[in-house]
Design a protein around this ligand. Sequence first.
Ligand code: SAM
Ligand code: SF4
Length: 326
Amino acid sequence: MALDKFGRSISYLRISLTDHCNLRCVYCMPEDMTFRPNAELMQDDEIILFTRLFASLGFHKIRLTGGEPTVRANIVDLVEQISDTPGVRSLSITTNGIMLSQLASPLARAGLDRVNISLDTLDPEKFRRLTRWGKLEDVWDGVQAAEDAGLTPIKINAVVVRGYNERDVLEISRLTLEHAWQVRLIEMMPFAGATDLQVNQVVNWEEMYQHIESAFGPLETVGDGKLDGEARLFHLPGAIGDIGFISSVTKPFCATCNRARLTADGRLRLCLLRENEVDLLTPLRKGASLGELRQMILDGIWHKPWGHGLEQGIIPLNRMMSEIGG
Ligand code: SAM
Ligand code: SF4
């Protein structure tokens, strides 16, 4: 089991399969983004080796992310191998959904359990503005395909940005009246220099909450108000789905963090919003033994930072969201 020095047991690994993407969301990357050459990214056999290593250390929950994970050439084979890895009990993916109408069913057959699909607005024009060139109907078809393939319960991720989609939280929340989905409204996290967006474009979760209550009436707390992963869950009266608020900026959930990340270039990233990383890929390519890599992982996890420093104005500068994977 991998423990950090604060006593947190770390058992959830997010693997970024690529930094490449078929969209250019305004809060994630610039339009003229340059991606890493493929040789710098983990190759398939390296991803599988790391997965086995992490699983043997008790990482039983894996999420594949990116960049956009579905643009990785052999995603279906990778999913099959990862889901067959001893110790992996849950395998999910975070995707923009563009490719899901073709991939949902092969991915489900390969062993994928669930999907989180990013969808920030239901208005096609606003969707294009937020993603710079995405077509809303492609994502919508993808959501449908994921549901048909049994990749449920579907979670919809919406990053809320002032000046773009802060009013759209109503339409997105309304989806839960008809669909047994969890829609998650996410505070935008500032990544220095990566985008033109400013800190004053962060919409805090309380503002979203009040806006939804004033339209639909009082929200009911789901369960006893505990976090579901990183989301605080609520329910519209009569809804069959849930609304989650992810308040990483204004009300972080660091105390219960159980996750680590593997970047597309093979670095163990210890906190999404801190720069601390351990390079695993270079030692692997230089011939480090499995025992040595195992020890590097355990030592890295031990030194996982307690939490982020956004409130003190500390913003990670070394990577963009698309390189870490969210
Ligand atoms: N391409 C996939 C997608 O968009 O779902 C997976 C990678 S993306 C980096 C993972 C998640 O991070 C998405 O839900 C995306 O909306 C979210 N995200 C990206 N930039 C963000 C930011 N600046 N603040 C908060 N969430 C962000
Ligand atoms: Fe691509 Fe996802 Fe970033 Fe949007 S949020 S640009 S889809 S990686």
